[in-house]
Design a protein around this ligand. Structure first.
Ligand SMILES: [Cu+2]
Length: 374
């Protein structure tokens, strides 16, 4: 959802809310759950740790911005439909097997019956073990193949984005038709709602994997190879794509944030990203730029300056316009930006940005300079 200030907010999902209240009823807690029931029973509600431990992993996957069961686009919708079909069939067959079991037990206990042990088991085995699978499995196979084909189909796309995996961040290059220079950014993939975006995946170091569960299936980023898929969102919203292939110490600190916006807003965003950084207006920030060019340009680019070659770290041309820093690790506010530059290893241990020791004046200047790059 996008509010008046143009901020994208995560869509409220009624399913998730219902689920939360159901969990709350089972696991009463102080500030949520079911205070009414706890109060009416007159004693303090006790948490039920065993139940909580059993349910937590099951229910943790049921909602939120990285859920396959609340699809935000046609790709994930196909996968979710297939999932429900598989679940439905599995539950029906499980129910059937249990029913037969109960029937068999009840029958053994009953009064004497004619001996049919020779005929019935053979029929049962043929019906349940041969005919039923012969009917059910091809249907499931067809459904899976159909979904798979739809996901892989390389339909005409409005736009192409090259996503390159780095330990431990995502480099994004928008190839805009009619423009030679790609628009380079990092860690935040913006999409126009209702348009299919072709995604080309590569890696510069190890194998990473792109998975935005609410939008599409999973596809690896492999060094020396380009894999192609697509993404499409139905509605404005924010979706999460944590790296899905173990790629080193900060694997868990490598989250792609996908922000779907109405096409007009997306175009405005892209137009802004395409622009080079504005030259700093005051001497303090001009000094900050000089510090940046001296200490940081080997790894980072800021288009519009002489720092254009650095690709070891994210392009910082419009870094202040991003929601997060360090691949989802930190909210992008000035304090975090300063903290990151002061000691990146403390905030994301093992990441590939070294600590650069700067005198206080240089440090504040470079922070203020980067904070002005919107
Ligand atoms: Cu990774």
């Amino acid at each position: 959802m996008i509010d008046q200030r143009g901020e994208v907010r995560v869509r409220e999902r009624p399913g998730a809310r219902r689920l939360a209240s159901a969990v709350g009823r089972i696991l009463p807690c102080k500030d949520g759950g079911s205070p009414a029931r706890a109060r009416s029973s007159g004693r303090r509600a006790r948490p039920r740790p065993l139940l909580a431990a059993t349910l937590a992993p099951v229910l943790a996957a049921c909602g939120g911005p990285a859920s396959t069961l609340t699809p935000g686009g046609p790709g994930a919708a196909g996968i979710a439909t297939l999932w429900w079909l598989l679940l439905g069939v599995a539950v029906a067959i499980y129910g059937l097997v249990l029913a037969v079991l109960v029937w068999a037990v009840a029958r053994r206990r009953g009064p004497e019956r004619p001996d049919t042990s020779e005929v019935w088991p053979r029929r049962g085995v043929i019906a349940g073990g041969v005919l039923l699978p012969l009917l059910v499995l091809p249907v499931l196979l067809l459904a899976s193949v159909r979904t798979q084909l739809a996901l892989g189909r390389d339909a005409p796309a409005a736009l192409t984005v090259e996503i390159t995996g780095h330990q431990w961040w995502w480099e994004l290059r928008y190839l805009v038709p009619g423009s030679e220079d790609p628009v380079v950014t990092a860690n935040e993939l913006h999409l126009p709602v209702g348009r299919r975006v072709q995604v080309r995946l590569a890696s510069v170091d190890v194998i990473h994997s792109l998975w935005v569960p609410a939008l599409q299936g999973k596809l690896d980023l492999i060094p020396g190879q380009t894999n192609v898929t697509w993404l499409e969102a139905d509605e404005p919203g924010v979706f999460h794509g944590p790296c899905a292939e173990y790629c080193g110490v900060q694997h868990a600190g490598m989250v792609l944030t996908v922000i779907a916006r109405p096409p007009a807003e997306f175009e405005t965003w892209l137009e802004n990203q395409r622009r080079p950084a504005l030259p700093p207006a005051d001497p303090h920030r001009q000094h900050g730029q000089a510090v940046f060019l001296r200490h940081c340009a080997a790894c980072h680019a800021v288009r519009g300056t002489t720092a254009t070659a650095g690709r070891v770290g994210p392009d910082l041309t419009h870094v202040a316009g991003r929601r997060t820093l360090a691949a989802g690790r930190l909210q992008n506010v000035k304090g975090h930006l300063a903290g990151w530059i002061a000691d990146p290893q403390a905030l994301k241990p093992g990441n590939r940005m070294p600590r650069v020791l700067l005198p206080a004046r240089d440090f504040h200047a470079v922070v203020d300079y980067l904070a002005s790059l919107r």
